[in-house]
Write a protein that binds this ligand. Structure first.
Ligand SMILES: Cc1cc2nc3c(=O)[nH]c(=O)nc-3n(C[C@H](O)[C@H](O)[C@H](O)COP(=O)(O)OP(=O)(O)OC[C@H]3O[C@@H](n4cnc5c(N)ncnc54)[C@H](O)[C@@H]3O)c2cc1C
Length: 262
């Protein structure tokens, strides 16, 4: 049995169009504005430009620069400003049960996921739930592995049976394979590995980190939140800089912030 480990790939983030910004500032007689994010992170910069537009406050710099500006936005809960920065990740090595929870996040998030109808799952990998990770060689771990193996084997048998079924065998090749796989996939376990492309704005990522980085969240999706956090912090240190990783009373690593649900 093949197992898969989670990986996150940041595949898209913001690029400020300096010419357009400078033209806008020039047209409005603003020649002195400087954000500390200019040379550091376009992801941090653009929400500040958007927020300052609301009050045309470019000539009122805040001590502490962009970090202080975005902290104030979070403190007063003007979270819509944070929607102007968007990040896309490809996430692999996660289970179908994880993505079932991930796609429940509706506001500001977009998803494209591996199709189990079009893609053959005969050689699928399985994601070991964190609780089993250190005990795969115990009886519980063996039960888990044999359940995955058994399901994968049944899947392969069912695909063959369904493809041979008269009304399915009569279909063109792509439709035939799709019809067989869509029926056979019903026996694949939640642990089956999947891949998903997720695009979300900073406000939506923040909500995800808070909900799924919490001790109450499922262990696998909490592990994903903990993987995403340093990447997001690296890309936008001020949008995500308020998050800390702490151990809760049960010793679990959790994501905390004083600015929840901006
Ligand atoms: C620990 C945990 C346990 C869970 N257990 C279950 C469970 O047993 N069963 C289950 O079904 N789900 C469960 N969930 C999923 C949960 O109910 C949410 O569906 C999921 O966390 C997405 O949260 P959300 O709706 O706040 O996010 P989003 O859909 O991203 O929405 C973000 C915010 O936008 C606003 N919003 C979005 N849509 C609407 C709307 N239609 N109307 C008004 N406001 C809106 C809300 O303020 C919302 O918080 C669980 C989640 C967690 C973290």
């Amino acid at each position: 049995m093949k197992t898969a480990e989670p990986r996150v790939y940041l595949v898209a983030q913001m690029v400020a169009q300096t010419d357009g910004i400078v033209d806008f500032l020039d047209d409005h007689g603003i020649d002195k504005w400087y954000s500390s994010a200019w040379s550091n992170s376009d992801n941090d910069l653009l929400p500040e430009i958007a927020g300052r537009l609301c009050y045309m406050s470019y000539t009122n710099p805040r001590p502490g620069g962009n970090a202080a500006y975005l902290d104030h936005i979070k403190e007063v809960g003007h979270g819509s400003v944070l929607e102007h920065s968007v990040f896309s990740f490809i996430i692999t090595g996660v289970s179908r049960s994880l993505t079932h929870e991930l796609i429940r996040h509706r506001a500001g998030m977009s998803f494209s996921q591996l199709s189990q109808r079009f893609v053959d799952e005969s050689e699928a990998s399985f994601v070991v739930p964190p609780a089993f990770a250190d005990c795969l060689d115990t009886e519980a771990g063996m039960i888990w592995q044999s359940a995955c193996d058994w399901s994968a084997n049944r899947y392969r048998l069912l695909v063959a049976h369904m493809e041979a079924k008269a009304e399915i065998a009569a279909l063109p090749p792509t439709a035939r394979r799709k019809a067989a796989r869509e029926a056979a996939r019903s026996v694949l376990p939640n642990a089956t590995e999947t891949k998903i492309y997720v695009t979300a704005n900073a406000r939506a990522w923040r909500h995800f980190l808070e909900m799924r980085g919490d001790g109450a969240a499922d262990a696998e999706i909490r592990r994903l939140a903990l993987l995403l956090l340093p990447v997001l912090k690296g890309a936008a240190p001020n949008l995500f800089g308020d998050y800390e990783v702490k151990r809760d009373d049960l010793g679990r690593e959790c994501i905390t912030t004083k600015y929840r649900k901006v």
